[in-house]
Design a protein around this ligand. Structure first.
Ligand SMILES: C[S@@+](CC[C@H](N)C(=O)[O-])C[C@H]1O[C@@H](n2cnc3c(N)ncnc32)[C@H](O)[C@@H]1O
Length: 419
């Protein structure tokens, strides 16, 4: 029996689809003159709920990866508001808000697509149950935990990780995830190979586990003539190459009677199944520093934006999906626009043509008594959408990419511009 999470629903204005008839996305500008041949990246300023509804027909089943980093409902106020609690109920308003948006998100994903949702322990367990209802428990891929710095401490413990729940639209069609790892730990060189130290990895299934009907079921011979017939992890062509490069180890000479294994040298790149603990990226503090520098915040006491995600964290998540390098990526809680920088940087690194759609509402910047979120070089930031636009303009120039800027226009936009 599936567990269903229950909450008291909080209605939203745009539940009523008929109100969308008077809403439209107005093109503001482009960071670079759009090339009519290409579909540029898209930034939309507005509440993601009506915006997603407006985009639905155009992008239904077209998005490969969604990455979102919604408000966590910590009860704090950051540059953005992060409190959905009422005096009697900590979770219902947040669940109502997320339920609407995740139901829409599901429809944007193509069959082979997946969604990553960043969260901390404030709503992790509620979110897992909500997503099980929306995407199906069987489509849960994993929780990719990110070690984000020194940890968030209370009296009893320091929490080192933040969470990233990943769900497939349909696990049957989701490609296996894969991470490229560089070997550095080989300490020995049993056959004095001139290429240096190596360690050996498995390259076959045991005879018992081998499938004689598999296309990779064949025989190879060791230098001493011992024949090994089994199912290999590479096809015959690849095996021939490995043998000719002296990369298959059959145990010490002259017997050569060990089970054949593949030699992996230091600095060689190997494809591995990704760990669900991410410890190879920048910390929150480093991400904040880099964003401050990019936006011209020289005074280290003021930050442009609280808790931006590191660019390399989002790059890592996109990379491990091993999706085509022209994938369409969506982030409808764009914040400072980290996802755009991650996609641009990844494209620059591997020559890809990934595109992204970002949505960020014109949330007024929460100004705290000890810090004011306006920069000496960008004194005009009134809203988080302004920060996002400033960042993506700089990033688009750096990477020579195009991003079309749009804004949700609603009949009441002129009376209350700031949401
Ligand atoms: C945790 S932050 C995202 C940070 C982002 N990942 C980054 O690296 O900068 C969440 C963002 O969601 C935005 N947000 C909250 N509700 C929204 C809504 N209804 N529509 C669009 N954006 C929203 C907030 O203004 C905030 O910028």
């Amino acid at each position: 029996m599936a567990f269903a999470i229950q909450w008291t629903d909080t209605a939203e204005k745009y539940d009523n689809d008929s109100l969308l008839k008077n809403c439209y996305l107005q093109t503001l500008s482009s960071a670079k003159e759009p090339d009519s041949q290409e579909n540029p990246n898209l930034f939309i300023e507005g509440d993601n709920y009506p915006v997603l509804k407006l985009l639905k027909n155009q992008y239904k089943q077209k998005v490969d990866t969604i990455y979102i980093d919604p408000p966590y409902n910590t009860g704090n106020n950051f540059t953005y508001s992060d409190n959905f609690s009422t005096s009697s109920d900590r979770h219902s308003a947040w669940l109502s808000f997320m339920n609407r948006r995740l139901l829409l998100a599901r429809d944007f994903l193509c069959d082979s697509g997946c969604i990553f949702i960043a969260i901390d322990q404030s709503e992790l367990y509620q979110l897992k149950l909500l997503c099980d209802m929306i995407f199906g428990e069987d489509n849960f891929v994993n929780d990719f935990m990110w070690l984000h710095g020194k940890g968030k401490k209370d009296t009893w413990s320091r929490t080192l990780q933040q969470h990233t729940l990943c769900y497939a639209k349909n696990k049957k069609y989701l490609k296996a995830f894969c991470e490229i790892e560089k070997t550095s730990w080989a300490k020995t060189n049993p056959d004095n190979d001139s290429r240096g130290n190596w360690f050996s990895g498995s390259i076959s299934f045991t005879e018992k586990r081998s499938n004689p009907n598999h296309k990779n079921y064949y025989s190879i011979k060791s230098p001493s003539g011992i024949e090994w017939t089994r199912q290999w992890m590479v096809n015959q062509e690849e095996m021939k190459k490995l043998l000719s490069e002296n990369k298959i180890y059959f145990g010490p000479a002259p017997e050569y009677k060990g089970v054949p294994r593949v030699k992996i040298f230091n600095n060689e790149q190997t494809e591995v199944i990704p760990k669900n603990i991410i410890d190879c990226t920048d910390s929150t503090r480093k991400a904040q520093k880099k964003l401050d520098e990019l936006l011209g915040y020289k005074d280290s006491k003021t930050h442009a934006f609280d808790n931006p995600k590191p660019v390399d964290l989002i790059e890592h998540l996109i990379e491990i999906t091993d999706m085509k390098n022209d994938a369409l990526i969506m982030d409808f809680f764009a914040g400072s626009g980290t996802t755009f920088e991650a996609v641009s940087s990844l494209n620059a690194r591997d020559g890809g043509k990934r595109r992204c759609i970002l949505i960020q509402k014109a949330e007024a910047i929460q100004i705290k008594s000890d810090k004011k979120a306006s920069s000496p070089q960008n004194p005009d930031f009134q809203t988080i959408a302004d920060i996002c636009r400033a960042r993506i303009t700089i990033v688009a120039q750096k990477y020579n990419s195009q991003i079309l800027m749009k804004k949700l226009q609603t009949p009441d936009a002129f009376s209350s511009d700031k949401e």
